[in-house]
Each structure stands twice: as C-alpha cells, then as structure tokens.
Design a binder for this molecule. Structure first.
Ligand SMILES: [Zn+2]
Length: 267
C-alpha cells in the first residue's frame, strides 16, 4: 500500500517531536551514559508486572510483546514450545516468557551523549556534559523484571517512587543485551505537581496496555472504544526547534513499542 508524502510528513514531524505518533512511547535510553529526567506517575505498589512473550512478524522479525495466556488462566503454546526438546536452544529461548514491569512516568528531558541540531548542551550536576532534548510527555516505563533492582533502593529508603524527580541512567553500550540502569534523585522532595496529578487520571490502566487493549496515546480510538492522549503540560523551551532534520524513523523505531526488541535475555 502506498503510504504517500503527506502521511510521511506528518509521521516525520511527530517522530522528530518525540511523540504523538501511533504507538506508546517508552522511556528508553540507548547509549552508555544516556539518561532522562523523569517523574514516576505510578507508585511502587501499583506497578504492573507479568510474563510476556516475544511476538514475531511473517519474516521472523520482532513485533512487540504479548501477555502470556497463562496469566489469564489459558493454555500457552509458547510456554510449551519453550520446553520442547525437539527445538534448538535458540528456538526454545525465543518462546520463553520474560517478566516485564510496567509503570507510567512523565519524561521532562532526555540527555543524549552526542550533540545534534535539536539538542541543547547542558551540564548535569557539577560537570557532566550532555545534549538535552525537551520531551514533556507521559511515557511507558517498561523494563524486564531484572531492572526492578534499580528501583529497590529508592522503594526501600523512601517507600514511594512519586516523591521527587529522578534521573534514569543507562550503563551499557548500544546493543548490549545486559545493560544496567541507575535511578538517581534529581530534586528535593516535592508533591506531585497538580498538572501531573491531572495527567495521571487521563492515562489508561497498565493492565489495558499489557493486554494490548490500548496501543496508542495519540487520541485514536482503541479497540475498547476509549480514547487516550498524552498531554504536554509544560511549554517547550522556545530555543529548541519543534522538530529536527534527522530521519524520523531512527528515533521513532527506538521509542515506539512496535519493533522494539527487549534488550535483556528472557529469564
Ligand atoms: Zn506463555
């Protein structure tokens, strides 16, 4: 099916804008030392976790994650194949379920390690130079269960994830299948701002996302007839161009749920 220029232009702008396209954007850092300033919108007791399988398209490529049917009390072909001794180790691993944890978070700013036209040079803390892009959108924090370790110190010390802004930092170069993440306090304790409290109410249940009943925050009607839309609650820095000149598909593919390969080996 021809996709056409106007459609391309719209997608280009949406992607370069860091949101608004179909699909749900994830909190995602791809390079060693890349980080983002976030505010959790889901507290630790409301995190959604469950087992998921990798979905593949016709050519065997990655096509997102699907909830293991055993989670809803049904038989699962993938779990069966994961134990099928007639398959190779690699094939079995491809069918194995992975524990994933889902939360909503508001991403204020993204800090890249490399400069680009639409990124502004900033210094984090005393001396860490990074290249900042304003995001100001709700995103899905969706990571393998192993990364709960990064949240544990905060949960254990503060008994909440909502008390302040945090820096979510990746260690591990691009393509590393076992990157590590650190959650670092980035502000004093403060109540969740009123705009974000309001935003929380507009977000779908994480379970609806896990079940793929909601697959977009772009304002399109979902299968269940509801419409969700992310809202920018803070004005963008006027010095940052609204969209960059880079190829949109690179960043879009990096952020959108579709086509995003989980970095970690299944459990
Ligand atoms: Zn399963």
């Amino acid at each position: 099916m021809p996709r056409g220029y106007s459609n391309y232009e719209q997608k280009r702008q949406e992607a370069a804008d860091g949101g608004g396209g179909s699909g749900i954007y994830h909190i995602r850092c791809l390079e060693d030392g890349e980080s983002c300033k976030i505010r959790y919108l889901t507290d630790h007791e409301d995190l959604y976790w469950d087992w998921f399988h990798r979905k593949t398209n016709d050519t065997g490529g990655f096509a997102g994650m699907k909830l293991c049917p055993r989670s809803t009390g049904n038989a699962c072909v993938d779990c069966k194949l994961a134990k099928d001794e007639s398959l190779s180790d690699k094939e079995r691993a491809g069918h194995r379920a992975q524990m994933q944890v889902l939360a909503w978070a508001y991403e204020y700013e993204h800090y890249y390690t490399e400069p680009k036209e639409d990124r502004k040079k900033v210094t984090l803390g005393r001396s860490l130079v990074r290249y900042m892009k304003t995001v100001n959108e709700a995103r899905l924090w969706r990571y393998a269960g192993a990364h709960m370790k990064a949240l544990e110190p905060t949960i254990q010390l503060r008994n909440t994830l909502l008390d302040r802004d945090y820096l979510w930092i990746r260690s591990g170069k691009k393509g590393d299948t076992k990157p590590q993440y650190t959650l670092e306090s980035m502000s004093d304790e403060s109540e969740l701002p009123a705009e974000l409290k309001k935003l929380v109410l507009s977000l779908p249940d994480l379970e609806e996302v896990a079940l793929e009943r909601v697959t977009s925050l772009s304002g399109e009607k979902t299968a269940s007839g509801e419409t969700y839309r992310t809202v920018r609650v803070v004005e963008e820095d006027p010095t940052v161009p609204p969209f960059g000149v880079e190829s949109p598909n690179v960043e879009a593919a990096a952020n959108v749920v579709f086509g995003e390969e989980p970095e970690e080996e299944p459990f």
